[in-house]
Design a binder for this molecule. Structure first.
Ligand code: PLP
Length: 386
């Protein structure tokens, strides 16, 4: 009776095992200070202009004259207008092409509900594991393909219906260039495929050859759905609010059917979170959020330089808050070593797919003070070994 694919969802190589091991170590060693380079969560709070707007939204809900209830299935109009005006200026999208929801984790997998179970989904290995698990939970047929030498998914020679592209990428921390995305759009148009483009790390892009939206590429409106989130840019990881674009030009009436699906399966994101999301676009909020990203990026630069100096090969970190570090050891063994010997948390690469073996992911979303302590511990250990 149960969906048999659920049994295929990874149970051993998971973030929850990282947390379980960490919890057990902390319990056994309460006096040891552990620092984390694994953290995928943010280390900055939601900024004051946004918090103030949400306080007011709470008060509005407490008065029937200003109360807001059911009906905003696709997101508050003011928020969708603000998103289009700020993030998609010049792209000529209409309000009914933008959807607001409670997180890109939900959105990037819920979209699969529209498609038949026989669709063939292409995934890179390694990759953000939620796409694969979402496909399995929704009974889609998947194919995982190793990344190329540049740690990117190369355009395939055979047909796939749906392709997940994550750029800037988690876990590698690199991003697809204009040239690479042009090839993907050409492939998708030729094969009548749909690209699910996860762009949640867009605020971290600084390379000139990396587009801030897939819609900068000609033809993308006909074949790509782009996901974004307030999680990392505005510290909404606990609050929850996200948005995505389904262009009306996409074939198979995807936009129409998503509207229908949403009406029947979703009552909209939280009102308070959406009012907060509108406030993230105020001048002062933008200034603070920009500064936060600048600090995360400085942390990434520091970590990349330090690990490279220690002799590791490090990928990413320039357009994303993550770095992919090559190691000789198996990734769980190295995780255990870092935790027990250095008291530093890193993420085993194998969590992101079998080809993540012999790699770890490190994150710059933590505090730079913690990064400095971690690097000192690595340095001390490796200098003693030399
Ligand atoms: N997409 C990627 C690639 C992520 O790394 C994450 C979170 O770590 C998410 C989506 C989830 O975003 P949200 O908090 O909006 O659900």
């Amino acid at each position: 009776m149960l969906n048999k694919n659920l049994e295929r969802i990874e149970k051993d190589n998971t973030f929850s095992l990282v947390n379980k091991k960490l919890k057990a170590f902390k319990l056994a060693n309460p006096n040891i200070k552990i620092v984390s380079l694994g953290i995928g969560d943010v280390s900055k709070p939601i900024c004051k202009p946004v918090v103030d707007a949400m306080h007011k939204a709470v008060d509005d809900l407490g008065d029937i004259k200003t109360f807001s209830g059911y009906g905003n299935y696709y997101g508050l109009e003011e928020l969708r207008e603000t998103i289009l005006k700020n993030d998609y200026k010049g792209f000529d999208f209409s309000l009914d092409e933008v959807y607001v929801s409670d997180g890109a984790k939900t959105d990037s997998t819920s979209i699969l509900e529209l498609f038949d179970k026989d669709v063939k989904v292409l995934l890179g290995n390694p990759l953000y594991p939620i796409y694969k698990n979402g496909c399995l939970a929704l009974s889609k047929s998947i194919e995982e393909v190793p990344l190329n030498e540049e740690y990117k998914l190369a355009v395939p020679s055979k047909h796939y219906d749906i392709i997940y592209l994550c750029s800037p990428n988690n876990p590698i921390g690199n991003a697809y260039t204009y040239g690479e995305l042009k090839k993907w759009i050409k492939y998708a148009l030729t094969n009548k495929s749909i690209i699910l483009f996860d762009n949640v790390y867009e605020p971290f892009i600084s390379s000139k050859d990396v587009p801030h939206s897939i819609y900068e590429i000609n033809g993308a409106k006909k074949c790509a759905i782009e996901f974004r989130s307030f999680s990392k840019k505005a510290s909404f990881t606990g609050l929850r609010c996200s948005y995505f674009i389904i262009p009306k030009q996409i074939a198979k009436n995807v936009n129409y059917y998503w509207k229908e699906r949403t009406l029947n399966r979703f009552n909209g994101a939280s009102y308070v979170a959406q009012i907060g999301a509108i406030a993230t676009y105020s001048k002062e909020a933008k200034r603070i959020q920009k500064q936060n990203i600048k600090e995360y990026k400085a942390n990434a630069k520091y970590l990349k330089k330090s690990f490279t100096k220690l002799g590791f090969e490090v990928i990413g970190g320039d357009d994303a808050p993550f770095m992919w570090v090559k190691i000789k050891e198996k990734s769980w063994d190295y995780f255990d070593f870092c935790l027990k010997k250095l008291n530093v948390v890193v993420i085993p690469g194998v969590i992101f797919g079998s080809n993540g073996e012999h790699h770890i992911r490190i994150s710059a979303l933590g505090k730079i003070e913690d990064s400095k302590i971690a690097i000192e511990r690595f340095k001390e250990y490796y200098e003693k070994q030399a």
